[in-house]
Design a protein around this ligand. Structure first.
Ligand code: PBG
Length: 331
């Protein structure tokens, strides 16, 4: 009898060559998983770089079609629109959020006309429109939940009427999903989906985004009375349960990479389409380190996106969407 070889199980066998690795891969990232967040601004004929997000820019509406054409050709399913509102249009109540002629609504009408196959995601919260940078209106020194809901309902309806397919409330007010669903349904907008930023944490990783939309310098204080404490995980499940009960069609965890454990728990518990937002600070970390030659941009990007799939995500909002889709197309 020959001596049995040791070790009997060699997991490295399935890693021997590229084709075996492909055959045995448990997860795969595809272009259909990507949502591309884009920044739009007022003015004409301008593409302006966001300094803290190398490679990301804000575009005026007359440049928008050209800006997204390539993404459409690559087959990216959806865009998420974020406005940089001119300071002159900001006030304490976020009035511009209710204007059917605001940047988001104009962009949505334009994009729907030019690219009917693109899904459009509209962020719902007041921070791009308030002069204090908070996601809701302030009463006393508190971001007032119920008064804010009144505005979010209107903001959601005008966005949906302009062509936004997925309303994505990112404000973290309690009860918003139910109120938004009711407001949409009352207008007959029964097909408008809701992707709630269900577990959104009070995070340091939003810094570059706030530069991009111009809400950072304005922000008074922090958002800890409404965004979640990074210490908490059970609470994320309560947030998600509430949002599903109120009518959310999809849920999101945000930020992404530091919260993969939350994604996994949410997906395992609820089995709903679960998304992650790989936020501006995560993008900046990878882009910044790559710019210094400290990591390989493409490999770090693809690894980070695959990690979201492994954690249970249906898809990812990522500033890398176009670049990742190019890599996927190359194969
Ligand atoms: C608005 C909103 C924020 C982000 C998305 N929607 C900022 C915030 O909550 O302060 C951050 C996205 C990013 O950092 O990429 N409520």
């Amino acid at each position: 009898m020959s001596t049995p070889s040791f070790p009997g199980t060699r997991l490295r066998r399935n890693r021997t060559d590229a084709w075996t690795r492909r055959l045995t891969a448990e997860n795969v990232l595809s272009t259909g998983d990507l949502i591309w967040p884009i920044f739009i601004m007022d003015g004409e004929n301008t593409i302006s770089a966001v300094p803290s997000m190398p490679g990301v820019s804000r575009v005026t509406l007359d440049r928008l079609v050209g800006h997204v054409e390539h993404a459409a050709k690559l087959g990216i399913p959806a865009l998420a629109l974020f406005p940089m509102t001119p300071p002159s249009l900001k006030d304490a109540e976020g009035t511009e959020a209710k204007n059917p002629e605001n940047l988001i609504c104009r962009a949505a009408r334009l994009l729907k006309r030019e690219f009917p196959d693109f899904g459009l995601v509209g962020d719902v919260a007041l921070d791009p429109y308030t002069d204090h940078g908070h996601d809701g209106v302030i009463r006393g020194d508190y971001v007032a939940n119920d008064d804010t809901l009144e505005i979010l309902q209107i903001q959601s309806v005008i966005q949906a009427e302009a062509g936004i397919d997925i309303i994505a409330p990112s404000d973290m007010m309690d009860g918003r999903v139910a109120r938004i669903r009711a407001a949409l349904d009352a207008k007959g907008l029964i097909h408008t989906r809701i992707m709630s930023y269900a577990a959104k944490y009070a995070s340091a990783f939003y810094g570059p985004f706030r530069d991009a939309v111009g809400s950072g310098k304005a922000l008074r204080g922090d958002k800890k009375t409404y965004q979640m404490d990074p210490a908490n995980s059970d609470e994320a499940l309560r947030e998600v349960a509430m949002d599903i009960a109120e009518g959310a069609d999809m849920v999101m965890v945000k930020p992404g990479m530091p919260y993969l454990d939350i994604i996994r728990r949410v997906h395992d518990t609820f089995k709903v389409p679960t998304f992650a937002y790989q936020v501006s600070g995560e993008y900046a970390m990878i882009a910044g380190a790559a710019d210094r030659g400290w990591i390989d941009r493409e490999r770090a990007m693809m690894e980070s996106l695959l990690a979201f799939k492994r954690a249970g995500c249906a898809g990812v909002l990522t500033y890398f969407a176009v670049e990742a889709a190019e890599v996927l197309r190359r194969g």
